[in-house]
Structure formats: C-alpha cells, structure tokens
Design a protein around this ligand. Sequence first.
Ligand SMILES: [Zn+2]
Length: 379
Amino acid sequence: MNKQEKIQMLKDVININSTNGNEEEVADYLLKRLSEYGILSQKVQYAEKRASLVSQIGVDTGKTLGFSGHMDVVDAGDVSMWKYPPFEAMEDDGKLYGRGATDMKSGLTAMVIAMIELTKEGKALNGAIKLLATVGEEVGELGAAQLTKEGFADDLDGLIIGEPSGHIIVYAHKGSMNYTVTSYGKNAHSSMPELGINAINHLVLFCNEVDKYVATIQAKNEILGDFTHNVTVINGGNQVNSIPEKAELQGNIRTIPEVSNEQVEKVFGEIIQKLNQQKDVKLELVWDYNKQPVFSDKDSTLVKTAQAVAKEQLGEKMPLLGIAGTTDAAEFTKAKKEFPVIVFGPGNNTPHQVNEYVDIDNYLEMIDVYKEIAVKFLG
Ligand SMILES: [Zn+2]
C-alpha cells in the first residue's frame, strides 16, 4: 500500500462513528479490506450492531502473536469545540484529526495494514498473527472479555495492544475496580431527626472505614506506584430540611499486583458486613467493574524484540514503563496460557479530548514496526 492509501484507510475507519457502539460497521469495513487480500476473518457478535473481529494470517504451526485494538471510541463531547468535525478525519500539518485518531483507530488500522502487507509481500511466517479487534473497551473491555471466554486468546504466545503509547513500550498497567454503595435510611423532618434514619451519615461511616483500610496499605509497586482509591460520585437526599432516606456513592480503585483485586473485594465486603451490624445501618455494595492489573515479564522475548525493532527502525531506545490506565489485556490475560503483553501503539496525549489527533508519521512508522516485530517474534 502506498502512503496515501494507508492514510485513506485510517480516515475511513475514523469516519465510522463508533461512539460506545456501532463497532460492527468498523468490523465489516476491516473484514472487507482484509478479504481483498485473501485474509479470512470471523465476526463475533456481541449485540445488535456490535461485533468483534478475529482475523488470522500465517501458519498454525509455531507461535501465535496477537495484535489487538478496540474499535469503539468515546463520545466526541462538544462538537462545536472541534477544529474539524470529529467524524470527518482531516489532515493538517502532518497531523490527522478525528475522534479515535489516537485512541485507538491508528493503532488498530496500522495492525491491519501490517497483516495485509505481510500477506501481499508473500512473507513466509513461522507462525500466526491473530488480529483481535474488540467492542466496548472504553466501557468495560466487553469484547475482550467475550473473546477470552470463548477461547480466542487461548493460543496466544504474545500480545501487542496497539493503544497509544507513543515512543514508549508499556509492559505493565494497574488494575481498575468500580463499585457502588447504596445506603438505605428513613425520611423524617429534619427538626425531628430521631424519627428518621440518615442515609448520608451511614455512607460517611463507610468512607471513614475505607480510608482507614487504605491508610494501612504500605505496599508499593516499583513500576506502577501506589494503590489508589477515590470516591468519585456521591448522591443523596432530596431536600435540605428532610432526613435523607437514600444515598449512594461510587468509587474507583487502581490496584497493583501487591494488593490483589480479590483482597480488596474481601476487605470491602467485611467493612460493609461490620457496619451493617450497627443499629439502623443498611448498606449495599455492588462491584460494577473489576479488572486485574497486568504485569508482564520485562525480559520476555516480546519486549526484547519490540525494543530491538524500535531501535533499528526508529533509531531510539524506547523506555519500558508501566501505566495507570487499564487495557483489553486485563481480560485477554485470563486466557488458559500465560503470555507476555506489551502496549505499544501510535498516538499521543490527546485521547478523549477535543481535537484528538495522531501524527501521521507516527502512524505510518508503526505499520513497519508491527511487521518487523511479528516476523522477528515468530522466528
Ligand atoms: Zn483506548
């Protein structure tokens, strides 16, 4: 493919509005483009208009390297704030603007083109490259969870997530957990609080207990840093002179391998149980989202290969880092076999923002980087 074709393909993908859904249109587009080169794909339906895509090239003997990217994007926000319409990708001064340009349609498209070019060039691979293009990453890694449950990740020997890392290679990220606590009380006039049960007060009891627990955590991960907890949403009460009968809060936790998700679940459950033994306290805890941290071997062949290829092609020694944000790898690593993961893709720090863009050169160079990593990794 020439440069213009590669840019056009990315524009086509960006111009499909897949805001928290409609990924099937992206899947259909990629399936069609891959099939033009004889590459077979399979759609895995998640819901109406939502399907993940699995495509494969190479041979069944030898290793299997996963290329993965999500097809959904986040809401474009206030469209009037955009320099160019978010779903009409526009080139300007070496940058391509559009929702998903960085997160992560450039990474996904670069992976697809890498597979197309390797096929077109008739490159004999000593293994397979498997594309796992997912739905619903932004709202809970839904497609990755489904694909993993259905066994599509069981044959992986390595996985590259093409999320925007720019010129760094990520081999670890924190886990993420969301929860909701609902507190049930009883309405009363605030001049006669003894007749009511204050639901907000009981949420405060919960917050205090959680803070105490978090303060006891000494563990720190040398790459990922601290375990963190934050209450991020709070709702309760309906009138200033009434005792609130219901209140609700939501929190987010970023876990590290030293403090497992299971341990956090257990402790939070115990806190709720303990508080519910107090008079009139009625708290209910629901886990809304639970993603494990990913901590890959930094000396794995995949990491070493990616670093060597980046050095050779881009002339840079890419730093190896951990990040706080979660990726589809949190689901894929639940597959039967253990395998190394890296997050390495074109992009910058504009994801989820107005005027999101990708540097076109960064996108183009990653196509060659992916090709070379695959050839070297498969041996
Ligand atoms: Zn993303």
